[in-house]
Design a protein around this ligand. Structure first.
Ligand code: ATP
Length: 458
């Protein structure tokens, strides 16, 4: 199938029907833009996180992990600038009361020809007026002025109504790495340059969430902050651009469906910033960001906390506040890209069609499915299943014809199916079927684990 045939609606239906992702609070009619991961989705997500951690912590020199609290001292968000500036330009349609981001209205109206990132609010209002950009929902041209809308969710802590303090659900995981810079440096005896990585939930009250799990109000981020000397930051920025690119390629993505996009408008402290974009069914859109942030973050925390963020170089005795090169990727957004990339509809001989998810075996939810050819072979099949389950996530299925069972595993993206037949009882061999080529080979039960392990290498 040409990937162009994959629509978001088709993917949502597939995900719901096989158990990747369900609408959140489904039996209550859902809650807009919330999604629950099902049995296949949770495995896929965990494996994506494992893959990322492997490349950016396990195999990265001088990288350390943290898992910081979601609720942080509100001063953190003053220091980071989120209290004052974490906002998007919103416009309301006075006719149908729908709310939109002004920058998105312009980007969509101009089909990507105009870059609203470099425009002021007044310029955006002017553009919307002169180009008669109408409300995408009701078609009227009846806009409010642009107002900035802060996207942080707040909640309160404290047990009495009188004594409650406002706290925020973190809108990014990065601040958990910055505030722990000194803790990690000291306890790990880390020398600059070194990195701190974190995977965790973030929350944003997005004006226009949507497109399935592309933009949600609750999502997971995988972030790596590299602390370095200012003069090395450009080199590390380029290195992390390449590492971020190589990571997605290693998951099986084609370079034709990925591209870099340099930011035209930089924050006043930033030296450089770019995204990697993927060709989603909704068009080219951001997958991750890489930023050269100078020493802004640690300097601001020094200013707001009153704690010195100076690093003493043990070799040169220099004292300085390190610069940060940030690499940030949404786990759910990468998972969506993996689903889009893996989805295929293949025409089979005899006129049948199969839906198959060609995941890299490392991230596939189940690695092996054990299928007894007939029910009276289930004792032996369950033995094989029990042995393989000690090593990998396995699926067991004895319902329906073998052809139907293969199709079910193809839809889930299981790379290998092991069929137990009467010969298995005689000589302890099975048929192992490859998801992508559909080729079948005969092998001993004792060799399956090593064979599969080799294919899972990442
Ligand atoms: P966008 O321009 O799409 O709003 P951003 O530039 O604000 O994203 P960052 O703050 O740099 O994004 O966040 C880093 C990554 O987190 C993004 O590249 C994306 O993968 C992911 N991400 C950001 N916002 C969301 C969201 N609302 N839902 C899902 N993933 C998100």
């Amino acid at each position: 199938m040409s990937k162009k045939c994959l629509t978001m609606d088709k993917l949502v239906t597939h995900c719901k029907s096989v158990g990747f992702v369900y609408p959140g609070s489904d039996i209550y009619g859902g809650l807009a833009n919330t999604w629950d991961y099902g049995p296949l989705g949770v495995e896929l997500k965990n494996n994506i996180k494992k893959a990322w951690w492997k490349k950016f912590v396990q195999e990265s020199d001088n990288s350390f992990g943290v898992d910081a609290a979601i609720l942080m001292n509100p001063r953190v968000w003053d220091a980071s600038g989120h209290t004052a500036n974490f906002s998007d330009p919103k416009m309301d349609c006075k006719s149908c009361k729908s709310r939109f981001r002004a920058d998105t209205l312009i980007a969509e109206h101009s089909k990507g020809e105009v870059n609203p990132d470099v425009m002021t609010n007044e310029e955006m209002e002017q553009y919307i007026e002169t180009h008669h950009v109408n409300c995408p929902r009701c078609g009227n041209h009846n806009w409010t002025n642009i107002r900035q809308f802060n996207m942080m969710f707040s909640t309160s802590r404290g047990v009495t109504d009188a004594g409650q303090d406002i706290v925020y659900l973190r809108p990014e995981t990065a601040q958990g790495e910055y505030v722990n810079f000194l803790n990690v440096q000291r306890t790990s005896r880390a020398k600059v340059p070194f990195g701190i990585a974190q995977i965790g939930k973030s929350f944003r009250n997005e004006i226009t969430p949507g497109n399935f799990i592309f933009r949600t109000i609750e999502f997971e981020q995988m972030e790596h902050q590299l602390f370095c000397k200012a003069e090395d930051s450009e080199r590390f920025y380029n290195e992390y651009k390449q590492k971020a690119w190589d990571f997605v390629i290693s998951l099986g993505f084609s370079p034709d469906e990925l591209r870099f996009h340099d930011h035209d408008k930089l924050a006043h402290y930033a030296k450089a910033a770019c995204d990697i974009e993927y060709l989603f069914p909704i068009g080219w859109s951001e997958l991750n960001g890489i930023h050269n942030r100078s020493n802004y973050d640690l300097s601001r925390h020094q200013e707001y906390s009153g704690k010195s963020m100076l690093y003493l170089d043990p070799v040169t005795n220099e004292k300085y506040i390190p610069s940060v090169v940030e690499y940030s990727i949404g786990c759910d957004r990468l998972l969506l890209a993996c689903l889009c990339d893996a989805y295929d509809e293949e025409q089979l001989e005899g006129g049948d069609m199969r839906v198959v998810m060609h995941f890299h075996p490392f991230i596939a939810p189940y690695k092996v499915a054990v299928l007894p050819l007939q029910k009276n072979l289930s004792a032996k099949a369950k033995d094989v299943y029990k042995t393989l389950s000690k090593k990998f996530m396995c699926s067991y299925d004895e319902a329906g014809s073998i052809g139907k069972r293969y199709r079910r595993q193809d839809q889930s993206g299981t790379p290998f199916c092991v069929t137990i037949d009467f010969d298995t009882l005689e000589d302890n061999t099975v048929t192992l079927r490859d998801r992508d080529t559909m080729e079948q080979i005969r092998m001993s039960v004792d060799d399956i684990a090593a064979y599969v392990e080799k294919k899972l290498e990442f």
